[in-house]
Design a protein around this ligand. Sequence first.
Ligand code: FE
Ligand code: FE
Ligand code: ZN
Length: 286
Amino acid sequence: MIIGSHVSMKGKDMLYGAVKEALSYEANTFMFYTGAPQNTYRKPIQQLKIDEAKALMHENNIDIDKVVVHAPYIINLANSIKSETFDLAVRFLKEEIDRCEAIGISRMVLHPGSHVKAGEQVGLDKIVEGLNMVLEPNQHVHIALETMAGKGSELGYCLDQLKYIIEHTKYNELLGVTIDTCHMHDAGYNLTKFDDILAEFDELIGIDKILVVHVNDSKNPMGSHKDRHENIGYGYIGFDTLNTIVHHPLLKDVPKILETPYIDEHAPYKEEIDMFRKQKFNDTLK
Ligand code: FE
Ligand code: FE
Ligand code: ZN
């Protein structure tokens, strides 16, 4: 099982510190933002301590091909109303792709975007337009469009929308999907029937397009469209369903990333990863 969590890249150690944090959770992969998720300020690549980080990853058998970058969530390729927002999204995504290429990252998670009241179809076509502006046929990094909860005017809350984006983008061999369990549950998918969801996914998009799984429980009932993550086993999805997903044989090679909330300023990831390795819920976490 390839499993880790969101970790932070900060201070002097940057990516080297992110690897150390992942190792402290006994993870064998991790996900990071290249800077603050809510803004587009980024340190130059030379300051990220990439070589030190790679050496530490190599020593600990962390495969860079399974490491994930999450694009900042202020990027909105679906905004057809404000051209500055769309232009910034395109520009930033291009730079983020370059950063990923420099590090050697092959999987980048991206929220498809919000149509901000222009209508779903207009938003979907704007996303396609934006992706067509950033993807280059020879790039290494793949963009994994995240399944969303359908909060506000968010797009990507159903597989048909992700299929539409992928089908209409030119270099769509560079596109994939991130399955977020909390988001799918909140969007109305019944995760206790995960085999049916995978069958539908395979028919619409193709199972080999699943590049990342975000493993989160949910604070809200199925179909709530809320997007509030809960610790593993403490929410409406529950440990058993999440455990089945992380151990699903068809997703064996796909990195699983926890994005569950801290508990009293303590990262829960070491314990949550351990629960999945032992396949047993530990209800002493909170
Ligand atoms: Fe996300
Ligand atoms: Fe997520
Ligand atoms: Zn979320």
